[in-house]
Design a protein around this ligand. Structure first.
Ligand code: SF4
Length: 87
């Protein structure tokens, strides 16, 4: 992904977005990731399923790293940030 391809708004604070705008923004980010850097749909869903059963997930955010898990889980180079990685 190059700077020119980057379409996710970096100038907005989450508090300025309503929840549907936040979801749309996350979806836009996911759609902007080059497929070479993205995990398969199966791996993405596997990771999110693990997050859903994790005590560190709060309102879509991983409280270990502060990331939105739906964004973090998409990247091939990303991993669960817990001391004992779950994915
Ligand atoms: S990324 Fe890891 S620690 Fe964070 S919510 Fe998911 S499983 Fe839990």
């Amino acid at each position: 992904m190059t700077g020119e391809e980057w379409r996710f708004c970096k100038k907005c604070l989450i508090r300025e977005l309503d929840e549907s705008a936040l979801f749309a923004s996350i979806k836009e980010y996911l759609d902007s990731i080059d497929k070479d850097f993205k995990v398969s749909d199966e791996e993405y869903e596997r990771r999110l399923k693990i997050c859903l059963s994790c005590e560190r997930l709060v309102r879509g955010t991983c409280t270990v790293c502060g990331c939105y898990v739906e964004m973090r889980a998409a990247g091939k180079d990303k991993h669960c940030p817990a001391a004992k990685e779950k994915w």
